[in-house]
Write a protein that binds this ligand. Structure first.
Ligand code: GDD
Ligand code: MG
Length: 352
C-alpha cells in the first residue's frame, strides 16, 4: 500500500521563512517537519512506499530524504511541472495506482491511528474515508458535516462565518479508492476539497468520516508553527526530541556551550554548536538552532531561532521567529510576532 504526502504548496502563510525552506522541511527542533509525518505513516505496516508529491523547491526536499534509507520506508518523488492543486497532485502522483491509497496534507501533525481509520474504511466499503477533527473556528479549514452514521453530508472549504454549521473540519488525511480518480482531470489544476469531495457527496458515493479527538495541528501559519513547538515541549504532543523528557526540561545539546553566568530556563531547546554567553538568558519556550551565537546579556523569550543566527549583546527577542543566518544587532528589541527571513540583518538599537 502506498501513501501520498502532498508537499508541493508554496507555504505562503509561513513567508518569509519558506522563501528558502519549503514548508515540508521547516525545522521542528532542527528536524525537518516531514520526518514527523513519516514516523506516523510508518506505524501502518501495510505501507511500503511513501510518494512525496512535490512542486515548490523539490530538490531541497529530495536531498534530505533520498530513497528513505534509514527511515524504515521507501520514499519516492513525483514532481509536477506546475502546481496542480491538491486534486491534480493526487491524480498526477497516484493516477496509475490500483490499490487503496492513504493521502496526507504535508503539513499536519497528529497521532491518529491510521490502522483504525483503514479498518473503518474497509468495514464500510467506502470509496473515501476522511479524518475529521473538531476545532474552535473552522473558517481556515474545510468544514465537514456528517450524518449520525458518519457519512459525509457536506464539504465546504474555507466557510464564511455565516456558513459555519458544525465544528468538525477536514484534518487533511484521507483513504481513497483509486477508481474514483477517473473524475479528476489529467494534468489540470484541481482541488480535492472544492471539487472532488463535493462530487463524491453529490453522487452519493460511500464517503465516510472518522472523527479524531486527539492532538492535531496544521503547522502552516506562524502561530501554529510556534504552538507545535510549545506542545511538544509541554508533552501535550509526545514527539521527538522531548518524548519522555521530564516536565520543563531544558534540552541543551552536549555540543552547545553555555557560559558561566548565562541563564537557561526550561522548557527550552538549544542545539549543537550554539554558544550562550555570560549574562544572556534563554527563557522558557525558546528554541535555538545549531551554531547560533547569543551574546552577553541578550535575552530570548518564547521565540524560535533557526541555525547560524547571531543575537547581539543586550538584544531582546520575544515571541518571534528568526530564520537562518540572521544578525540581530546589539540593544535591538524584536517583540511579538516579528518574523525574519534568512540572512536578515537588524541594525543595532532597532525596535520592531
Ligand atoms: N503537490 C502539490 N501540488 N501539493 C500541494 C499543492 C499543489 O499544487 N497545493 C497544496 N499542496 C499541499 C500543501 O503543501 C499542503 O501540504 C497540502 O497540500 C494542503 O495545502 P494547504 O495550502 O496547506 O491547505 P490549507 O491548510 O489551507 O487547507 C487544507 O488543509 C486543511 C487542514 O489543515 C484543506 O485540505 C482543508 O480542507 C483542511 O481542513
Ligand atoms: Mg495547511
Amino acid at each position: 500500500m502506498k501513501a501520498i504526502l502532498l508537499a508541493g504548496g508554496k507555504g505562503t502563510r509561513l513567508r518569509p521563512l519558506t522563501i528558502h525552506t519549503p514548508k515540508p522541511i521547516v525545522p521542528i527542533f532542527g528536524r525537518p517537519f516531514l520526518h514527523y509525518q513519516i514516523d506516523l505513516v510508518r506505524k501502518l505496516p501495510e505501507i511500503d512506499e511513501v510518494i512525496l508529491s512535490l512542486n515548490y523547491q523539490p530538490r531541497r526536499i529530495e536531498e534530505i530524504f533520498g530513497h528513505g534509507d534509514g527511515l524504515g520506508v521507501r520514499i519516492s518523488y513525483v514532481v509536477e511541472p506546475s502546481p496542480l492543486g491538491t486534486g491534480g497532485a493526487i491524480k498526477y502522483a497516484g493516477g496509475a495506482l490500483d490499490q487503496t491509497v492513504v493521502v496526507f496534507n504535508g503539513d499536519v501533525m497528529t497521532h491518529v491511528d491510521l490502522a483504525d481509520v483503514l479498518r473503518l474504511h474497509r468495514e464500510r466499503g467506502a470509496k473515501a474515508t476522511i479524518v475529521l477533527t473538531p476545532v474552535e473556528n473552522p473558517s481556515a479549514y474545510g468544514l465537514v458535516e456528517t450524518d449520525p452514521d458518519g457519512t459525509v453530508r457536506r464539504f465546504l472549504e474555507k466557510p464564511k462565518p455565516e456558513e459555519i454549521t458544525c465544528n468538525t473540519i477536514n484534518a487533511g488525511i484521507y483513504i481513497l479508492e483509486p477508481d474514483t480518480f477517473d473524475r479528476i482531470p489529467k494534468e489540470t489544476a484541481w482541488s480535492i476539497e472544492r471539487s472532488f469531495f463535493p462530487s463524491l457527496v453529490e453522487r452519493g458515493e460511500t464517503f465516510v468520516a472518522y472523527v479524531y479527538g486527539g492532538y492535531w495541528i496544521d503547522i502552516g501559519a506562524p502561530d501554529k508553527y510556534v504552538q507545535v513547538h510549545r506542545d511538544i515541549m509541554d508533552g501535550r504532543f509526545a514527539a521527538p526530541p522531548f518524548e519522555g523528557a521530564p516536565p520543563n526540561f531544558a534540552m541543551v545539546s552536549a555540543e552547545a556551550r553555555i557560559e558561566d553566568g548565562a541563564a537557561v530556563e526550561g522548557p527550552c531547546f538549544i542545539d549543537e554548536g550554539t554558544v550562550v554567553k555570560a549574562g544572556a538568558r534563554i527563557a522558557p519556550y525558546s528554541v535555538v538552532g545549531r551554531q547560533c551565537q547569543i551574546e552577553e546579556d541578550a535575552r530570548i523569550e518564547r521565540s524560535i531561532v533557526w541555525a547560524n543566527t547571531r543575537i547581539g549583546r543586550d538584544a531582546l527577542v520575544r515571541q518571534s521567529i528568526l530564520g537562518r543566518q540572521c544578525y540581530v544587532g546589539r540593544n535591538s528589541v524584536l517583540d511579538r510576532g516579528v518574523v525574519l527571513g534568512d540572512k536578515s540583518v537588524v541594525t543595532d538599537y532597532s525596535r520592531m
